[in-house]
Design a protein around this ligand. Structure first.
Ligand code: ZN
Length: 151
């Protein structure tokens, strides 16, 4: 998505949990604890994926997108389909998206990634400036902040 920014990937944490499971440091009941709310969100708003569940290996994972932010008011904390996000990103300045993977077979669930969406991500310099991994044009303001801090 065009305004996607500040992406935090949680795959390292997921790998750590799966490792703990293999070494019996945690049991399946500790990680396969999807709430009825989460499972309903997965059924009604989830995006099916081609990824097999790492625990039961019999179902594919479903991604649920939760949205948070002051501008969302009573919708904050609700699940949205992926198709509902771009229109929201064009109307709101900024909101946070949390992507949770859920297995409807064994109730495995884990936070996959989080990111910001919203019009604030559209810089005046255009989308070609928003390259991934690049240093955004905030150097000037950073310098100002650093100078202010020294004062
Ligand atoms: Zn499963």
């Amino acid at each position: 998505m065009r305004t996607q920014r500040q992406v935090v990937n949680h795959s390292l944490r997921k790998r750590a949990v799966l490792r703990d499971l293999l070494t019996n440091r945690v049991g399946p009941l500790d990680v396969c604890d999807a709430s009825p709310y989460l499972k309903n969100a997965a059924r009604f708003h989830g995006e099916p994926t081609d990824e097999r569940c790492p625990i039961c290996r019999s179902e594919n994972l479903t991604h649920v997108h939760y949205i948070y932010g002051d501008e969302l008011r009573q919708s904050a904390g609700q699940a949205r389909t992926l198709a509902e996000l771009p229109p929201l990103a064009m109307t709101l300045r900024e909101f946070q998206v949390f992507v949770v993977e859920v297995c409807l077979g064994c109730d495995w669930n884990h936070l996959v990634e989080q990111y910001l969406l919203g019009r604030d991500g559209l810089t005046e310099s255009g989308p070609e400036q928003t390259a991934v991994g690049g240093v955004p044009a905030t150097d000037a303001s950073d310098g100002r902040r650093r100078r202010e801090a020294r004062r």
